[in-house]
Design a protein around this ligand. Structure first.
Ligand SMILES: Cc1cc2nc3c(=O)[nH]c(=O)nc-3n(C[C@H](O)[C@H](O)[C@H](O)COP(=O)(O)OP(=O)(O)OC[C@H]3O[C@@H](n4cnc5c(N)ncnc54)[C@H](O)[C@@H]3O)c2cc1C
Length: 347
C-alpha cells in the first residue's frame, strides 16, 4: 500500500488547529498538500466541553481571530449570535464555537481531512510518518495542536465532579448533590465559575482549598497585567464580591498549608479540581520519549511544531513578567510570528 505524501499535516481541529490550517492555505500551500486529522472536527474542547463557560476575553478578540485568515471566509458566514454582542463584552464560549464549526466544515472540505486519531510520530528518511487509526500519513512537516485536559485529583473517598460538568450549570443540575460537601481546589478563572455554580445547587457546603491570593487582570494602556492568569469578567466580579468581599454562608476557605487541611478534606464527599491542564499524550514520539516544545517558537523537532493550549507561547509583558499565552487571538498572532520560521525549519 502506498502512503499518501503531504507537505503539511495538522493534528487537531480545535481553535489552534483551525488557525494553522487556515494560515497554511493563506500562505499559498495547496489544499491537497495539507492533511488535517481530528476524531470529531467539532471545534475541539471549546465546541465540546466549554460551550456554557463564560469567556474571559472580550468578543473583539474572538472577532479578530475569526477575521484574521482569509481562508476562514468569515465575511461570507451566516450571521451568528456572536455578531449581536457588543465587542467590548464577554460571552459564553459556545457563541464562538458556532462560527468555528462553520469554518471547520468548509476548511475540511478543501484539505485532506482524516477523521481519526494520530497515535505515533516517527522521523525517517527526512519525512514524518504519522501513524493514525485510519492508516499512515507521510508528511514533510507536522503541526501538533492536540489540546490539553484538566488535571484531576484522585483521592480515596472523594467523588470527582469533572471540570466540564462543574462549569456547566445544566449538567451540574443533573448531579445528585443534595446535602453534599464539595471540596473545590484552586483560585483560577474556572474556580470562580465552579464555586457559584455549586452554591446554586442544594449542597450543604463548599470548601475552597487555596494556596495564594487571588490575581486580577488589569487593563493598562495597550496591554493587560496578568492577562493570562488573572481573573476577568464575570469570574473577577464574583470573586471580588464573594471571596475578597463577604463569603457566602455555605462557602468556607481553607489554606492548603493549614494544619487542619487533612481533617477539613475528610469532611468532604465530592471534589472539583480547577488547578491546571496537562497536554494530551498522543501521539507518542518513541524515538525521543516525551518531547518538550521551545516556548518562544513552538519547535519540537526538525519539521515538528506545537501550537495551542498544549504548547503555549511564553512571552514577557512590558514590565518583564513572563506569561504563557492562551486564547484564540493569541494562538493566531503567535502563529503569524512563527510560521515564517516553521516553513524554513525542517529537513
Ligand atoms: C474555562 C475556560 C475558559 C476559557 N476562556 C477563553 C476565552 O475567554 N477566550 C479564549 O480565547 N480562550 C478561552 N479559553 C481557552 C480555549 O478554550 C482553549 O485554549 C482552546 O480550546 C484550546 O484550543 P486548542 O486547539 O489548543 O485545543 P483543543 O480545543 O483541546 O483542541 C484539540 C483538538 O485536537 C484533537 N486531538 C487531540 N489529540 C489528537 C490526536 N492524537 N489525533 C487527532 N486529533 C487529536 C482533539 O480531539 C481536539 O479536537 C478558555 C478555556 C477554558 C478551559
Amino acid at each position: 500500500m502506498t502512503t499518501t505524501q503531504y507537505k503539511w499535516t495538522v493534528i487537531g481541529a480545535g481553535p489552534a488547529g483551525i488557525a494553522a490550517t487556515g494560515r497554511l492555505l493563506d500562505h499559498g500551500v495547496a489544499p491537497h498538500q495539507i492533511a488535517w486529522i481530528d476524531p470529531e472536527f467539532a471545534a475541539g474542547d471549546l465546541g465540546g466541553k466549554w460551550r456554557a463557560v463564560p469567556g474571559n476575553t472580550p468578543v473583539s478578540l474572538f472577532n479578530e481571530y475569526l477575521e484574521a485568515s482569509p481562508a476562514f471566509r468569515y465575511r461570507e458566514a451566516p450571521r451568528f449570535e456572536l455578531a449581536e454582542i457588543d465587542p467590548r463584552d464577554t460571552c459564553p464560549l459556545g457563541l464562538v464555537a458556532d462560527p468555528l464549526v462553520w469554518i471547520t466544515e468548509h476548511l475540511a472540505r478543501r484539505v485532506a481531512a482524516v477523521r481519526g486519531t494520530a497515535v505515533e510520530l516517527t522521523l525517517r528518511a527526512r519525512r514524518w510518518t504519522v501513524a493514525t487509526d485510519q492508516g499512515p500519513i507521510s508528511s514533510e512537516k507536522v503541526i501538533l495542536a492536540v489540546g490539553s485536559t484538566p488535571k484531576s485529583l484522585a483521592h480515596p473517598g472523594l467523588r470527582e465532579i469533572p471540570l466540564d460538568i462543574a462549569l456547566n450549570p445544566e449538567k451540574l443540575a443533573a448531579q445528585p448533590l443534595d446535602g453534599a460537601v464539595v471540596a473545590v481546589f484552586g483560585s483560577s478563572h474556572s474556580s470562580m465559575i465552579a464555586l457559584p455554580n455549586l452554591l446554586d445547587r442544594p449542597v450543604a457546603k463548599v470548601v475552597n482549598f487555596y494556596r495564594s491570593p487571588l490575581r486580577y487582570a488589569l487593563s493598562m494602556d495597550g496591554w493587560t497585567l496578568f492577562d493570562d492568569t488573572g481573573l476577568k469578567g464575570k469570574a473577577a466580579h464574583w470573586a471580588q464580591e464573594n471571596i475578597d468581599g463577604a463569603l457566602p454562608s455555605r462557602l468556607e476557605r481553607v489554606h492548603m498549608g493549614s494544619p487542619d487541611f487533612s481533617s477539613r478534606l475528610d469532611e468532604c464527599d465530592h471534589v472539583v479540581h480547577t488547578v491546571g491542564f496537562e497536554r494530551r499524550r498522543k501521539p507518542s514520539t518513541p524515538q525521543w520519549g516525551t518531547l518538550e516544545h521551545n516556548p518562544s517558537n513552538g519547535i519540537l523537532a526538525p519539521g515538528l511544531f506545537g501550537l495551542g493550549i498544549a504548547y503555549p507561547n511564553c512571552a514577557a509583558d512590558p514590565l518583564g513578567g513572563a506569561q504563557f499565552r492562551v486564547g484564540l487571538q493569541k494562538f493566531m498572532s503567535h502563529l503569524d510570528a512563527v510560521l515564517p520560521i516553521w516553513t524554513r525549519y525542517g529537513l
